[in-house]
Design a protein around this ligand. Structure first.
Ligand SMILES: Cc1cc2nc3c(=O)[nH]c(=O)nc-3n(C[C@H](O)[C@H](O)[C@H](O)COP(=O)(O)OP(=O)(O)OC[C@H]3O[C@@H](n4cnc5c(N)ncnc54)[C@H](O)[C@@H]3O)c2cc1C
Length: 506
């Protein structure tokens, strides 16, 4: 009888969000093909931020066999329908980037072209009025979308959760999946002298941990990929100059909390406001070229609405990524692979994507096929590049000239890839098409229009139908959205009504 090959010994270094997401996924989805051991150090701790997510996380939670209610309860989570941007394009203006669409295509022409035509005639309401997700978010309403093809299926949702509780929740889940956990500090990474592959992690207490495949989730330290293998860092701070955050939790001031993350532009960056069940997460993301840490701490203390629940905590980072995320037998997931500032809540998504690609390309047997490794690196790079361009757009597409920071980002040169996308939009109202990666048309449209980047032309086919008919259809859509939203429960009411399932235990 043919013997089953011995399982691949996977060692995960790091027990933050990325480490536990990786360990649980590999254990659950590869089953007997692997053994998974995770090593983490309480002395070092985790970064402890990362409260806002993208809708993709729902599929992740589901695939791991996690009950949504149990997860939301354990992490004090709320629902998120998008991000509410204030003062980015111009002080006093705001828009929501929704997890959902604006209207729908008619006769092969995307909705926003009809909106542009109506706008030309002076008849359009703001584009957000034609999105159920935007309207619900601004009204503070929430109900999960339907799965049919009606209006109530045109949006998605994500979670806002306590980042310090997500890892521990996954750790408990990992135990049920057979993930081994070792507490201790790794002080040495041993490599095979011939191949350069990592063979063993040595802990402070002398314990040795051998493996076949190593997942580096050691956070910004990037202990295996960065420090041991010396993988080069590609720096993107010329386009994304924010490099610090002053984080500050505070209490809620009202009974209601919005199903949306707020991003509010500030003189040297922006601040987040993330409503959780038990508190509000806040943080000022800023550039140290334009503001000192003390000034940022004072600014965030002055900006929050509730009672501060701690002293402001400053985190330091750099925008960019490792040139490759998989080298030898080491795969970096999470902050050890790269980081793009948190404006669009993309970091946990990037970990999730790396894990998904790794599962698809996981070595058969002990031998790593270099083509799989190259493909993994190509896919991860593509994801980072897409996110990078989208983030830069939020800073660059502005008329703000009220501070050195905004003058810098408004006038800086942007990557050619973004310049090309913006040109296509400005000339013809078109969004560059791609089939993989994050942020499709509705996202780009939300930011372009929300930040006042208007195209010179739009699709001439929008002039074929009778204009009165188009206007009637648009106002019919708006009416349907308003009545759907009126019938939705408030965000807190929805959580309370489902309290037994979802609310945090008192
Ligand atoms: C200011 C800020 C805001 C953010 N906001 C968001 C957001 O809204 N949404 C989002 O998706 N993401 C956000 N992120 C990113 C998010 O926090 C991370 O993607 C996520 O927490 C994953 O971190 P990690 O697991 O890679 O690293 P960490 O949490 O830093 O974990 C590293 C782990 O490695 C261990 N470790 C390190 N060295 C050793 C060693 N020598 N021996 C043993 N163990 C070791 C540590 O103990 C720890 O367990 C934000 C990040 C920052 C900085």
């Amino acid at each position: 009888m043919k013997q089953r090959p011995a399982p691949t010994r996977v060692v995960v270094l790091g027990g933050g969000t990325a480490g536990w997401m990786s360990a649980c996924s590999l254990a659950k989805l590869l089953g007997p093909r692997v053994t998974v051991t995770l090593v983490e150090s309480e002395d070092i701790g985790i970064v402890g931020v990362g409260e806002a997510t993208l809708p993709h996380i729902r599929g992740f939670v589901e695939k791991l066999g996690i009950d949504e209610a149990a997860f939301m309860q354990a992490t004090h989570a709320t629902y998120k329908l998008g991000i509410d941007f204030k003062d980015f394009g111009r002080i006093g203006e705001s828009y929501v980037h929704p997890f959902g669409t604006f209207g729908e295509e008619v006769a092969g022409v995307p909705f926003h072209h009809y909106w542009l035509e109506l706008q030309r005639q002076g008849l359009a309401e703001p584009i957000g009025h034609y999105s159920l997700a935007v309207t619900a978010a601004l009204a503070g309403k929430f109900r999960p979308p339907t799965t049919d093809v009606s209006l109530t299926s045109t949006y998605g949702y994500a979670y806002q959760f306590d980042a310090t509780l997500f890892g521990p929740f996954l750790r408990e889940h990992g135990k049920t999946l057979g993930v081994g956990r070792i507490e201790g500090k790794v002080v040495e990474v041993r490599q095979d002298p011939e191949s350069g592959d990592v063979t063993t992690l040595v802990l402070e207490n002398g314990q040795e941990l051998a493996g076949d495949l190593f997942i580096d989730c050691s956070g910004f330290r990037s202990l295996m990929l960065g420090q041991t293998l010396g993988e080069e860092w590609e720096d993107w701070s010329q386009w994304l100059p924010t490099d610090r955050a002053a984080a500050l939790p505070c209490s809620h001031v009202t009974e209601e909390f919005t199903p949306v993350t707020s991003a509010i532009a500030m003189p040297a960056g922006w601040r987040w406001r993330i409503p959780l069940q038990h508190r509000m997460g806040n943080g000022y993301v800023f550039s140290s070229q334009f503001l000192s840490e003390d000034e940022a701490c004072a600014a965030i203390l002055g900006a929050v609405d509730g009672e501060p629940l701690a002293e402001p905590r400053v985190l330091r980072f750099r925008a960019g990524r490792r040139k490759a995320s998989w080298r030898h037998n080491v795969i970096a997931v999470g902050l050890s692979s790269g980081f793009l500032e948190p404006l669009e809540s993309t970091s946990i998504y990037l970990s999730q994507m790396a894990i998904t690609y790794l599962l698809e390309l996981f070595p058969v047997g002990r031998q790593i096929d270099p083509r799989d490794r190259d493909e993994f690196n190509r896919l991860v790079d593509m994801e980072y590049d897409r996110v990078r361009d989208f983030l830069i757009l939020h800073f660059h597409a502005t008329t703000r000239d009220d501070s050195d920071f905004w003058n810098h980002v408004r006038t800086m040169a942007v990557p050619d890839t973004l310049a090309g996308k913006m040109e296509l939009w400005r000339e013809a109202g078109r969004v560059e098409k791609y089939s993989d990666g994050l942020f499709y048309d509705a996202s780009w449209i939300a930011v372009y229009l929300g930040q006042g980047v208007m195209p010179e032309r739009h699709d001439p086919r929008t002039r074929l139908p009778d204009p009165a008919q188009v206007a009637r259809a648009m106002s019919g859509l708006r009416g349907a959205i308003v009545s759907e939203v009126a019938a939705m429960p408030g965000h807190r009411d929805f959580l309370t009504a489902n309290a037994a399932r979802l609310a945090r235990p008192s």
